[in-house]
Ligand binder design. Sequence first.
Ligand code: ATP
Length: 260
Amino acid sequence: MSDAAAENVVLRVDDLQKSFGGLTATDHATFDVERGTITGLIGPNGAGKSTIFNLISGFYEPDGGTVEVNGTDVTGMEPYEVAERGLVRTFQTPRKLEGMTVREAMLVGPRNQPGESFVRLFTSPGAVAESESENLADAERILAEFEIDHLAEQPATDISGGQMKLVELARAMLAEPEVLLLDEPVAGVNPTLAKKLKSQIRRLNDRGTTFLLIEHDMEFVMDLADPIVVLDQGTVLTEGTPHSVRNDQRVIDAYLGGGA
Ligand SMILES: Nc1ncnc2c1ncn2[C@@H]1O[C@H](COP(=O)(O)OP(=O)(O)OP(=O)(O)O)[C@@H](O)[C@H]1O
């Protein structure tokens, strides 16, 4: 690959492997995410999408292969170290934030990865908001941009699942990531909020954030993402435009076989 092409790659997944006992969850998976794209990661249930996210973001250590972020090998790094290099993720099921308001939740771990502040979330949640008050202005600004500033005083456990997804996205943006991994951003979200999430993702992408997103809602992912990477049985089956993927017989067969 030429230097110019390599510069365009913000995330490189190369020959990644991971097994759990006798089960191969990631099987020599290789793909690139180009800077500035919204790249979709799809595949039937159990195809290995979440495992790949965990491998990329440092939550699992691979058995083989490498992950590069901005040309830096981050394989085997801790999640917060990967975040420091510009890659942040959200979770399919946002973490429970008992006893905190939405504003406080925003201020816990602005890098959105388990690091020191994540530990402190459990030890002294009250102190978190205080010590991280320097992030307050940013948190307020981002809440307003996401049009959820009216939720700031609400207990974080009292908002709807869809609103929680918006808060997760807002929290992740506090880290100013170059590349953001979204795990099922609209699962269980009502259509109005899903539309809002979609427009927020587009807005952030227009401003320079690259996205890699796992999503089972085909309409959502096909409308938002290009290119689409298709995983099946831990390996990349194909990648391409939404149109080409949608019409690829191997993809149709994988979904029928996987029962998704
Ligand atoms: N921590 C783990 N321990 C054991 N097996 C695991 C673990 N994590 C994932 N697996 C297995 O690895 C395979 C891939 O799972 P993974 O969750 O990555 O798939 P997925 O594509 O994200 O599925 P879904 O769309 O249902 O969320 C599955 O067979 C799953 O049971």
